[in-house]
Design a protein around this ligand. Sequence first.
Ligand code: ADP
Ligand code: MG
Length: 250
Amino acid sequence: MRTLLEIENLMKAFGGFQATDGVSLSVEQGSLCSLIGPNGAGKTTLFNQVTGYLVPDSGRISFKGKEITGQHPYQISRKGITRAFQVINIFPRLTVMESAQLAILSKRGHTLRFFAGARSMVRDEALSVLETVGLADKAGYLAKELSHGEQRTLEMALALAGEPELLLLDEPMAGMSPFERVKATELIQKIHAERGLTILFCEHDMDVVFGISERVTVLHQGRVIAEGKPEEIKKNEEVNMVYLGHGSGI
Ligand code: ADP
Ligand code: MG
């Protein structure tokens, strides 16, 4: 197995506060991995550094063996690392279909001006992505007309439309109903299995985390306190202490 993403001794402080405190983490190609930890552990800060939205103070991030530390978000996304974005903020006036078409075109470097003429070219591809996530029947809806769970699913579809090699999902199930969670869990497993996509996700729902992850990394106060298979993490004393300290055991 080849290492797709390698994070080494990453540090990031906000003022005097060390949000990422020497994190090292590797993600194997084709794996389905999760990052867990109590609120404020530094999960989103870590994702922001991997995707280029924050520049680390020190340490190194490599993707497919090449260093990407401190590169711009668009450079990192072109290399194949994509995170699900909040669609509702980005494409409020576009339909579900148009959003998917735009995601495909922008991955290919086209600008919005080009969009009007070019979108018919990628209609089939956009439809295929919407079919994968189960939103094809909502293609003509505006994103804002979708339910919250459907919007989160659309975010995943737009990330997929960019044909990533590594998909980062930051709490993809936040605010979803129990039924939507089951659907979203199945969708993550499906895109991992069918597309062989490498996925790293943060999630609060421990049933989901332990049910589908091959590897789990636990962050606490900006540090990795455990890494391993779900059954190892569940038994880990330090991890249980940290979660019990926050009022919720694993
Ligand atoms: P998580 O995603 O694990 O809940 P975050 O990465 O969002 O944690 O936050 C980690 C810590 O860093 C928190 O204490 C948060 O308040 C702090 N933090 C995050 N972003 C900033 C920022 N831009 N400026 C100052 N502090 C921040
Ligand atoms: Mg977060």
